[in-house]
Ligand binder design. Structure first.
Ligand SMILES: [Zn+2]
Length: 107
């Protein structure tokens, strides 16, 4: 996972540094990332809603949604797409359905 961006535009590594005394190279965790972004609500936040049923219309209900909607997460392309585009090709994802129904099978 590449670094994220703080609201100030600064880079935010998602992993602790190699020389960290307790957790070298470990993922910092969503709570730490949210706190560093200054988004931690005063009343705390659920890691996830029970059975992943978040209340409709809320965007700050849990760790997942809060991070999922941050600009640096929204702008992140899949690694495969980045690789394809870096090779000067177009990347076009098709909807998921049976492979025999894919239009490329008609050619
Ligand atoms: Zn939620």
């Amino acid at each position: 996972m590449r670094n994220g961006k703080l609201p100030t535009g600064e880079s935010q590594p998602f992993y602790f540094p190699l020389d960290h005394p307790m957790m070298p190279s470990w993922f910092k965790g969503m709570e730490t990332i949210i706190c560093k972004c200054g988004l931690w609500p005063a009343g705390g936040l659920l890691a996830q809603y029970p059975n992943f049923y978040c209340p409709l219309g809320r965007i700050d209900c849990c760790y997942c949604w809060l991070l999922f909607l941050q600009p640096d997460f929204v702008e992140q392309k899949p690694l495969l797409q980045e690789f394809i585009e870096r090779c000067s090709h177009l990347c076009d994802f098709y909807p998921k359905y049976h492979c025999e129904m894919n239009f490329i099978e008609q050619y």
